[in-house]
Design a protein around this ligand. Sequence first.
Ligand SMILES: [Fe+2]
Ligand SMILES: [Fe+2]
Length: 311
Amino acid sequence: MTELSQTALLLELEPVVAKNLDRHLSMAKEWFPHEYVPWSEGRTFDGPLGGDAWSEADSTLSDVARTALIVNLLTEDNLPSYHHQIATLFGPDGAWGTWVGRWTAEEGRHGTAIRDYLTVTRAVDPVALERARMVHMTAGYSNSHDESMLRSLAYVSFQELATRISHRNTGRATGDPTCEALLARVAADENLHMVFYRNLLAAALELAPNQAMRAVAEVLLDFQMPGVGIEGFGRKSVAIALAGIYDLRQHRDEVVAPVLRQWDVFNVAGLDADGEAARDQIAAHLDDLERAASRFEEKRDARAARLAARA
Ligand SMILES: [Fe+2]
Ligand SMILES: [Fe+2]
């Protein structure tokens, strides 16, 4: 079977993009970041305006809630890198171009809203946050899928859902109903993004099943969260996993498995040997994730029991 070029894929998928853009615009509800921020709680900071410096005691949020909020915000902050990547792959024209603009505009309000909330409520050290943002954005974001439209579509299908779950559970972990409402609103945006990309990749699985299956396998096998480049990400992601905000169990059961089920990957017809091999890799990966998730849960339970015994 001859492979479709990237240009051919873009042209073939254009009507699917147009249809799903219409769907997205009909489903997306307008919302306003400023309405989710408790402005009257704010106080002027030190510096040119001579207010009060931030101190640890300014906020009662737990350490892990703060960590998760910082990771989520820095992840959103790298939007220029993500925009560059999809604008390069999808191009400025037609429905593809409209989607790139619309998606970027929606993502843009996530960082704005979360930063406003964190600053007004003094939830995190604003100086450390700004320094981390400078480092993170200077490094930028790229992944191994930069060159391939299909791999990028597969990656964002999983990543948007992962981000949705991470935002939602971070909101819950704060114990602050205001923050929870804000992050639930952001998570609703991420869910619609996931549906858009998932529908496109579903169409690609019909159009070019072997190429699409290969793309899904490659993306799953080296999947990493978009915030992976954040300083101290390893340590932070362990804390986030231990708190049940985003862990391997959720990654497998709430992100990877449901998306694969929607694509019905195990019933896709017309695969050649390479497509079958890719599908086998996906199946093996699901089994690996199952084992790793169970191991992690056992360790987390044992740790919780140890901490309880000590207390
Ligand atoms: Fe976002
Ligand atoms: Fe998103």
